[in-house]
Design a protein around this ligand. Structure first.
Ligand SMILES: *Cc1c(COP(=O)(O)O)cnc(C)c1O
Length: 188
């Protein structure tokens, strides 16, 4: 996945021209303004939400993103369930973001609360296909990739979204099915 947050359409075009079709964005509003144009020109793009989602933006997010990777709390799941029948929904899968570092100010569900969250998704027939994590900035990410891979195995979830510009090869070695690359692509 190429993370195209903060990048203008002019910067994204060359990647689309080169054949890249899978992108990540962090904000609903920014995606609405940028990708309404880009999607019309490149119909087969996939755009995932990788940033936090507020409940009042759920309806719009479901119409904009092919997948939401930042599902992390019951309130959000209830709102997703409520809006899921929207005929304009584009989202077809959800990933749960796990706060593997148990950092208090960070988004993501705590490991102990993950089973209940998965259960709540199943209860509402929401398609959870995997897990996502952002390891703590200053820690060796190895442990966090191992934790996420083990959780995915435990709950039978095939997708593992982990690894960024600085640690993607390590993430792949631990089973990542998607690495989210931003700065390594954009720096000139
Ligand atoms: C910005 C961002 C990335 C990309 O990080 P880089 O280190 O620039 O590759 C990956 N994942 C998430 C959730 C992000 O917000």
């Amino acid at each position: 996945m190429v993370v195209s947050k903060n990048q203008l359409p002019e910067a994204i075009y060359p990647l689309l021209e080169a054949g890249q079709r899978f992108f990540g964005e962090a904000r609903v509003q920014e995606t609405a303004s940028k990708w309404s144009i880009l999607r019309k020109l490149y119909l087969d793009c996939h755009v995932h939400l990788i940033g936090p989602l507020q409940t009042n933006k759920v309806r719009q997010a479901l119409e904009l993103f092919d997948a939401i990777e930042s599902v992390d709390r019951p309130r959000l799941i209830l709102e997703l369930a409520k809006e899921w029948s929207n005929p304009h929904r584009k989202t077809h899968k959800l990933l749960i973001q796990v706060n593997t570092g148990q950092e208090p100010q960070k988004s993501g569900v705590l490991i102990d609360d993950l089973p209940d969250l998965i259960h709540l998704c199943h209860l509402h027939n929401l398609p959870v296909t995997g897990l996502m994590c952002i390891p703590p900035l200053l820690e060796d990410p190895t442990l966090h990739f191992q934790i996420l891979a083990n959780l995915a195995k435990t709950y039978n979830l095939p997708e593992l979204s982990m690894g960024m510009s600085g640690d993607y090869s390590l993430a792949i070695a631990h089973g990542a099915t998607c690495v989210r690359i931003g700065s390594a692509i954009w720096k000139s």
